[in-house]
Design a protein around this ligand. Structure first.
Ligand code: AMP
Ligand code: MN
Ligand code: MN
Ligand code: MN
Length: 302
């Protein structure tokens, strides 16, 4: 008999699952196998690797997960646009990339390339000479570039004191380097994830800078597009806000997911580190029929 490893409801107990993490396949610092090993070392039993707009790290991560005896669900975090806002959607994809998602991921990689050229042009205007090459240097591999690579290049050139300032002044929400036009509409990206047999999870709903009302509209549109879940807890977040968000999910019949959004060791977040999930009627995303195999561990690993 497989041992049940995950609770069927959120009842306030600590969880051993993290469904949102990054590796060197996108803007994370650790190779996929090292992310998996770190998860195991921290006592997690279940994890998803969710690199930005790619699933290139999944093969390595899956092999490591088998070695380490941890259950891994293949994932990705898609960049999209909704009403002029850059919205992230995590895909949990037990069947891997297939269907419309295959072409979708190719389109995302191309969009990232074109966007990098546009960001580079704008960063040159604020004084970063040879911006594309400088960002590429920071990335240290041929993977698609992201805004953190430009942020690090701005710091390295002495134009800003740190990453936080780079985003606040040049790359964050509404700044010149925040370019959304290349991304697919939210509803299209959700469609790719559904077509691949996956579950679409609205990422960090409290971190998109929306009012409660606008967040409600986003959740309405997301659910109408077929999205099934949202992150109830992303990293450390205020418990009152979590309870309020749980109500917004319940009202729309959405499942709740949890994730650290881990990117690199040494920061305040590690795999599995996130705020407490309160007792709530919002069902955990791993009880969704498409993820049912996650709820128990194989006997060998239990
Ligand atoms: P991109 O996927 O290229 O649009 O870049 C977005 C990424 O930038 C996020 O996933 C974070 O990893 C990172 N990021 C966003 N805001 C900040 C910030 N204020 N400081 C450091 N990194 C940030
Ligand atoms: Mn990131
Ligand atoms: Mn995100
Ligand atoms: Mn993320």
């Amino acid at each position: 008999m497989p041992m049940p490893a995950l609770p069927l409801r959120f009842e306030g107990e600590p969880l051993t699952i993290d469904l949102h993490m990054h590796s060197t396949a996108s803007d994370g610092a650790l190779p996929p196998a090292e992310v998996v090993a770190l998860c195991r070392a921290r006592g997690l039993t279940h994890m998803a690797l969710t690199d930005h707009d790619t699933m290139d790290g999944i093969v390595e991560a899956q092999a490591a997960a088998r070695r380490e005896g941890i259950r891994l669900v293949p994932g990705t975090e898609l960049s999209t646009q909704w009403r002029g806002v850059n919205i992230h959607v995590v895909g949990l994809l037990p069947e891997g990339p297939r269907g419309d998602l295959v072409a979708g991921l190719v389109a995302q990689a191309e969009a990232r390339e074109r966007r990098a050229l546009a960001i580079a042009e704008r960063m040159e205007k604020v004084g970063l000479a040879d911006a594309l090459a400088r960002a590429r240097e920071q990335a240290g591999s041929p993977r698609p570039l992201g805004r953190p690579d430009f942020a690090r290049a701005l710091v390295a050139a002495g134009l800003v004191p740190d990453m936080g300032t780079a985003f606040a002044k040049h790359l964050g929400n509404g700044k010149p380097g925040d370019i959304k036009a290349h991304w697919p509409f939210l509803s299209a990206a959700v469609g790719w994830l559904l077509d691949a047999g996956g579950v679409a999870v609205l990422a960090h709903p409290l971190r998109h800078g929306l009012t409660r009302r606008k967040r409600g509209q986003l959740l309405d549109d997301f659910a109408a597009a077929g999205g099934q879940a949202a992150e109830l807890v992303s990293g450390f977040q205020n418990a009152d806000l979590t309870r309020d968000l749980a109500r917004q999910l319940q009202d729309r019949g959405l499942y709740g997911s949890v994730g650290s959004d881990f990117h690199f060791p040494g920061g305040h977040l590690a795999p599995g580190s996130m705020g407490a999930v309160p007792r709530t009627a919002t069902p955990p995303v791993w009880t969704h029929p498409r993820l049912a195999a996650l709820v128990s561990l194989p006997a060998s690993a239990a």
